[in-house]
Design a binder for this molecule. Structure first.
Ligand SMILES: Cc1cc2nc3c(=O)[nH]c(=O)nc-3n(C[C@H](O)[C@H](O)[C@H](O)COP(=O)(O)O)c2cc1C
Length: 390
């Protein structure tokens, strides 16, 4: 299952095409819109979210709520486009009032993007480098998520830190799979502790007042997985490589840890690896889940637990110095309307990326044509696993 997205931040719409979708997957616009809303929410987001109220339209590949096996096209309109119609017109001349963006923001794609593609207006880069494109990604992943739900897999995420304020968890890798997605969504910051949420919100208020921005960390978890998804034979088979690459594809993600992650480097082997157990009737299991659900590039069947670090938002209301591309003089970087913190939204985008990787892993193991055949292949695999642990 693959997808491509297109669309500028202030263009008329964002579009995604998902191909390789099996026939027979039930799809609900309501579910996709709920994910789009979750991506938009979060304390610390900017005024753009008051303008947009993302909703998906599906224009191909689905009939009477069920996929046909043909490419699925999803469209999310940009309401703000009406305020940018003259500045983003596909044809004609730029309006006389157009102000070029010549003060690149440190930490964003503005300067390096213009150096790469040429041109005199950072706007040409900003429009696509903006994380607005992640709305299309989240919509597209709605198809992957519906497929995963049909095979018993759930993907969710939660925020573990904002700036220096962290969620206190006794055993993060054990507690993570037990969090209830519903409880997480009750928090303005998608954090399972309401007390920590309040401390995080206070930190965001401080940052906003100081013209600052914040990053943080989140965890993304998948439950209900079968063992043996992914592969060990080549680097690209390894699910760790695919998921790692996909999560690093999210703007502002600067670190990805599987299970214990970097902490494993400082511990002896006996405190890192997960002892193998056998429960009669239930099959092979593990005493712990320090690997975070991946071993040898494949799922172990335990919850997949991945933690990501997110850098602070580059647009600062008290801007850093930059060089004006016209005058080549030192000036303050531009500071257009912006989020102060977008960690909760980045976590929803990470769910989307992980959902695609997992859906593709299921399809490559169990077939691609239709849900009935895939269900049959999964049942046969479960029987084989049962025989091996008898
Ligand atoms: C959901 C989300 C929303 C974001 N909102 C903004 C924003 O409003 N302003 C901004 O300057 N950066 C924002 N960012 C961060 C930039 O997209 C990111 O820092 C930039 O693309 C460069 O990141 P990179 O160095 O990881 O490529 C957002 C990121 C995400 C994931």
């Amino acid at each position: 299952m693959r997808f491509i997205t297109a669309g500028e931040s202030h263009g008329p719409a964002l579009t995604a095409i998902v191909e390789g979708v099996p026939a027979g997957v039930s799809v609900s616009e309501r579910h996709i819109n709920a994910d789009l809303r979750r991506r938009q929410m979060g304390y610390g987001r900017g005024a753009r979210q008051c303008i947009e109220s993302d909703e998906v339209s599906i224009t191909s590949g689905v009939r009477f709520g069920v996929t046909l096996g043909s490419p699925v096209t999803l469209v999310v309109r940009n309401r703000d486009a009406q305020n940018w119609a003259d500045r983003m017109a596909p044809f004609g001349k730029p309006p006389a009032s157009l102000k070029r963006e010549t003060r690149p923001r440190p930490g964003h794609a503005d300067l390096v993007g213009v150096l790469k593609v040429g041109g005199e207006d950072c706007r040409d880069v900003i429009e696509r480098a903006s994380a607005r494109s992640t709305a299309a990604l989240v919509a597209a992943a709605g198809i992957a998520r519906e497929f995963l739900a049909a095979v018993g897999v759930n993907v969710f995420s939660y925020v573990t830190s904002i700036g220096s304020v962290s969620l206190d968890e006794d055993e993060p890798l054990l507690s993570a799979p037990d969090y209830k997605p519903l409880d997480i969504e009750v928090s303005d910051l998608r954090c399972p502790s309401l007390e920590t949420t309040e401390a995080m919100k206070a930190r965001i208020d401080e940052a906003r007042a100081a013209g600052e921005s914040l990053g943080g960390a989140f965890r993304v978890v998948a439950t209900g997985l079968l063992p043996g998804l992914g592969g060990y034979a080549t680097p690209s088979d390894r699910l760790s490589a695919r998921i790692g690459g996909a999560l690093f594809g999210i703007p502002s993600v600067k670190g990805v840890e599987f299970g214990l992650g970097f902490a494993a480097a400082g511990l002896p082997g006996s405190q890192v690896h997960d002892a193998i157990t056998l429960e009669r009737g239930r099959g092979f299991g593990r005493a712990t889940n320090r690997a975070g659900g991946l071993e040898g590039g494949m799922t172990t069947g335990l919850p997949l637990v991945v933690t990501c670090a997110v850098k602070p938002i580059p647009t600062l209301m008290s801007p850093l110095d930059t060089i004006d591309l016209d005058t080549l003089e030192s000036v303050e970087a531009s500071c257009e309307r912006s989020d102060v913190c977008a960690v909760p939204s980045a976590a929803v985008v990470a769910e989307a990326q992980m959902a695609f990787c997992l859906a593709e892993a299921y399809l490559s193991k169990f077939g691609r044509d239709d849900m009935a055949s895939i269900r049959g292949a999964i049942a046969a695999y479960r029987r084989r696993l049962g025989t091996m642990s008898k």
